[in-house]
Design a protein around this ligand. Structure first.
Ligand code: FMN
Length: 160
C-alpha cells in the first residue's frame, strides 16, 4: 500500500466525534478548507442544492445551543448545512421523493468531518434541533431549510 493510501485510511479510521472544545477560535482558513471539502463531496445528480452558513459569534452559538438539545458542546464555530429550496425547485427536486438530497447532506458532513480531523480540529454533527428556533436565531431566509449543524473546534484536553 502506498503511503498516501495508508494516510487516507488512517484518517478515516482515527476520526471520532469531539463534543468538548477549547475556547480558542477556529482560524478562518481552516473553516474555509472545511467548506471547500464539502464542495468536493459526492453529490446526487451533481445538482448541488445545499447551502452552508458558518457561525463564529459566541452569543449566536449560545442561542443555537438553547434550541438544539443534541448540541452537547460549546464549540467556537458551527457550520450549518441547509437545503436551498429555491435551487431544489428550479431543478425539479421534490424532497419527499428525491431522497438523494439527504444523502448529499451526509456526504458533505463526512468530507467536512474528515477535513476538520486532518486539520487537527474536532467536530460533531447535530440533527436534534428546533428548525424554527434555528431559523429565528440565524434569521435564515425562507428558502434555506436547515438540516444539520456541524460543531467545530479544537478538542478540549478531556474531549469525548
Ligand atoms: C446524522 C447524524 C446525526 C447525529 N446527531 C448527533 C447529535 O444530535 N448530537 C451528538 O452529540 N452527536 C450526533 N451524532 C454523532 C454520532 O453520535 C456519532 O457519530 C456516533 O456515536 C459514532 O461516533 P464516532 O463518529 O466518534 O465514531 C450524529 C451523527 C450522525 C451521522
Amino acid at each position: 500500500m502506498s503511503d498516501s493510501a495508508a494516510a487516507v485510511l488512517h484518517t478515516i479510521r482515527s476520526r471520532r466525534v469531539v463534543r468538548s472544545y477549547a475556547p480558542e477560535p477556529v482560524p478562518e482558513d481552516a473553516l474555509a478548507e472545511i467548506l471547500e471539502a464539502a464542495r468536493w463531496a459526492l453529490n446526487g445528480g451533481n445538482r448541488r442544492i445545499l447551502a452552508f452558513r458558518t457561525v463564529t459569534d459566541g452569543q449566536q452559538i449560545r442561542l443555537l445551543k438553547s434550541v438544539s438539545p443534541g448540541m452537547l458542546g460549546m464549540p467556537p464555530a458551527v457550520i450549518l448545512i441547509c437545503i436551498d429550496l429555491d435551487k431544489a425547485a428550479k431543478q425539479g427536486v421534490q424532497l419527499d421523493k428525491h431522497h438523494t438530497t439527504w444523502i448529499d447532506v451526509g456526504t458533505a458532513l463526512m468530507n467536512m468531518s474528515l477535513a476538520a480531523h486532518v486539520l487537527g480540529l474536532g467536530s460533531c454533527p447535530v440533527t436534534s434541533f428546533s428548525r424554527a428556533g434555528l431559523r429565528a436565531v440565524l434569521e435564515l431566509p425562507d428558502q434555506l431549510q436547515p438540516e444539520l449543524i456541524l460543531q467545530v473546534g479544537h478538542p478540549a484536553r478531556t474531549s469525548s
